[in-house]
Ligand binder design. Structure first.
Ligand code: HXC
Length: 270
């Protein structure tokens, strides 16, 4: 459980977190609530969202649930307008909802490609577009997109997700430049292997796969959703990260840099 943030940096502010019913999305929602903010969690299944909202309310703020598929632009616009109608403002949007599975590219069906690109890339744009109407009018706001490092280095078996996350990265940089002068910051966070039910079952289903993933992380461990959420909180907080826009914060234990091995130049000499 996350403790109440001594910074109380989100007091009086409102965040919308997509995919807030589990994993990293839930942790970011709870961290925002711990910082004194009100949260709205959006996703397809009501039950896990309500569980997040119950946990978030314990910090004393308001917590609401919206069921919506981010692939439906009209539903997204209605959901975002509803948040502003109910809570009066929107300070932060976290595009965390994702879909992913491992598939060889040549075996991936057009529908499988479409499902992931629709959720990750199109869904992020629909939510961003709807939220930005309010943020630009208010002259303030922070948008945080959850991506993965294969957005820039690629990764076999994830052509749909990598292409979509790469698109989100390009969208982030474009919008940071387009909206930089209007008070709206847009950034990415790139978590490495994170101990969540969804990621574990989908991405390292066997002990052997798990050991292989762990072996690729210089830090030698998985991260936790709470650790990722702490970095997300930094980027969302205008007082600490107000001059940061269009950037990516990797929270991956150094994974994307690769695990080069130190060679002792004195080895073998007498
Ligand atoms: C091959 C698959 C498949 C699989 C689905 N499909 N799973 N193909 N292998 N394992 C294909 C289906 O056959 C279908 O194509 C198409 O994808 C759509 O599948 P549906 O189940 O009908 O779609 P839908 O119900 O909309 O589900 C979307 C989904 C699903 C993306 C496929 O997995 C989902 O909703 N996931 C949400 C949660 C999730 O994935 N979280 C993990 C995020 S972790 P056909 O041609 O048969 O119709 C993450 C971490 C990344 O992203 C970072 C790692 C470092």
């Amino acid at each position: 459980m996350i403790d109440r943030s001594p910074l109380a940096e989100f007091t009086g502010q409102v965040a919308l977190i997509t995919g807030g019913g589990s994993g990293i999305g839930r942790a970011i929602a709870l961290r925002y609530a711990a910082g004194g903010g009100d949260v709205v969690v959006l996703g397809r299944r009501r039950e896990p969202l309500e569980e997040t909202a119950r946990m978030a309310e314990k910090f004393g703020g308001r917590a609401e649930v919206v069921t919506c598929d981010v692939r439906d632009p009209e539903a997204v616009t209605a959901a975002v307008n509803g948040v502003v109608g109910d809570l009066g403002r929107l300070d932060a949007l976290v595009n965390n909802a994702a879909g992913n599975f491992i598939s060889k590219a040549e075996e991936l069906s057009p529908n499988g490609w479409r499902a992931v690109v629709d959720i990750v890339l199109n869904g992020s744009f629909y939510c961003t577009r709807a939220a930005a109407q309010h943020m630009l009018a208010a002259g303030r706001g922070s948008i945080l997109n959850v991506i993965a490092s294969y957005a820039w280095h690629g990764h076999p078996g994830t052509v749909h997700s990598a292409a979509a996350k790469g698109g989100v990265l390009a969208m982030t940089r474009t919008l940071a430049a387009e909206w930089g002068g209007r008070g709206v910051r847009v950034n990415c966070i790139s978590p490495g292997p994170t101990e969540t039910e969804g990621a574990g079952a989908a991405l390292w289903p066997t002990d052997e796969a798990r050991d292989r993933v762990l072996g690729s992380v210089p830090a030698g461990r998985f991260t936790t959703p709470e650790e990722v959420a702490e970095s997300a909180a930094f980027l969302l907080d205008a007082r600490r990260a107000g001059y940061v826009t269009g950037d990516v914060l990797s929270v991956d234990g150094g994974q994307w840099l690769g695990k080069a091995v130190y060679t002792d130049p004195r080895a073998g000499r007498s």
